[in-house]
Design a protein around this ligand. Sequence first.
Ligand code: NAD
Length: 489
Amino acid sequence: MPDTLANLINNRFEPPRSGQYLDTIEPATGKPYARLPDSSADDINAAVDAAKRAFPAWAATPPAERSRLLLRLADLIDRDLERLARAESIDTGKPISLARSVDIPRAAANFRFFASAILHTESASHQTNLAGAGDPQRAINYTLRQPRGVAGLISPWNLPLYLLSWKLAPALATGNTAVAKPSEVTPMTAHMLSELAVEAGFPPGVLNIVHGRGASAGAALVSHPDVPTISFTGGTETGRAIAHAGADTFKRISLELGGKNPNLVFADADLERAILESVRAAFTNQGQVCLCGSRILVERSIHDEFVDRLVQGAKARRIGDPLDESTEHGALASEDHLKKVHAYVELAKRLGGQIRCGGARAQAPNDRCAGGYFYEPTVITGLDPACRPQQEEIFGPVTIVTPFGSDDEAIAIANSTPFGLASMVWTNNLTRAHTMAERLDSAIVWINCWMLRDLRTPFGGMKHSGLGREGGNEALRFFTEPKNVCIRY
Ligand code: NAD
């Protein structure tokens, strides 16, 4: 891994024009280990210029050739799986086993998926027949789907390469050029991807990656007049600012934002499985997944048994050095984030919540990790569903359990937050499963599972969890402009 990262602009690795850098910290140790460009609007402008110049030729490149380059990039990610997984683990604090089995393979899968999707598209056609007395009007309409230009892609720190590739792949596959701004907290694998993109042979200007802070580099990308498309994944408040900033230039914006996902467990469920998966849903990636089950609603008759077994599962998670093969629970992304998570736990205590396990900084697993940001898997009960820790996204290893007495009460609590990303339902009653799916205010409903992902399905959030959808045809539509052509005959 390099110790000084560079921007990729027009296939050249460039230092920031300002000469300013930011430190990137290894969360497991709390120590800086590399530095990244603190890019400004000047760097963004250069990247957008390069992307704009590259656009006409890339848009005209046959899909089969675009597909070949994306597949080549996927192969290079596979080749470098181990190197990328180690870098992702060091940069984020996530267990290396998770980076190796989920983050990096999924990045390769994203490129493969859209590389093949563009070879199988169809466009709509509408036959018109308005035949009237004397003047028949017959026509054929067909829809062209054309790339929109330079796509601005902004991604968060929790699944760095996975989420960056989820945007880059459909943007490039459909013939757009891209300027990506990865999270300044976790820039390493984006830098490594830029090296792989050059090696894969993408033409200059097609894929540009500019590092830096949201308020400077990110904001410059969002307000750039030559960037008609913005795809953003991150926090709800940032999404709100981006929606405002993009409105002036009528950008097409996709927003994938925060969640406070309810996980509903009914007494008729397969309890063993529900508990196992609820532990996974609450604590995977130290609870830093937008889809995490951070509110568990349990039917009253099984509540006490469920909580006891959930606590056992939480305590059993192996906290460790993220680079240790057996670690299940690594470090949080940053010191500020750890403080934020802990402040919510303190607030929960003041509001009368009972900390059933966790609730504190975890002991460092070894000397190397003495300054790391480790936090114990935490289970809280006894909180009013309307209180702040139940309503706001904590985004850490903290889950809150609340009993319910009826299906209606479960729905009322589940739908009571401003968010609407994902929900889970554990039941063996088929009618209840379908009914809950209809009634839950969330864009993704998992019945008797969690995080079972098919890349063809619509992915996103409703309410304050987002605007628009990614995945499959939704992404292909988002990154293209439909144009109707009407031919009278
Ligand atoms: P964040 O909103 O702080 O930052 C996300 C990205 O936006 C970063 O690259 C950041 O530099 C950039 N940014 C910040 N301010 C900006 C501005 N004014 N203009 C342009 N760009 C700006 O989010 P985060 O803390 O990195 O990530 C955690 C959040 O992401 C959580 O809320 C989580 O739920 C959400 N998330 C959502 C999904 C989803 O698919 N819905 C997936 C993963 C994470």
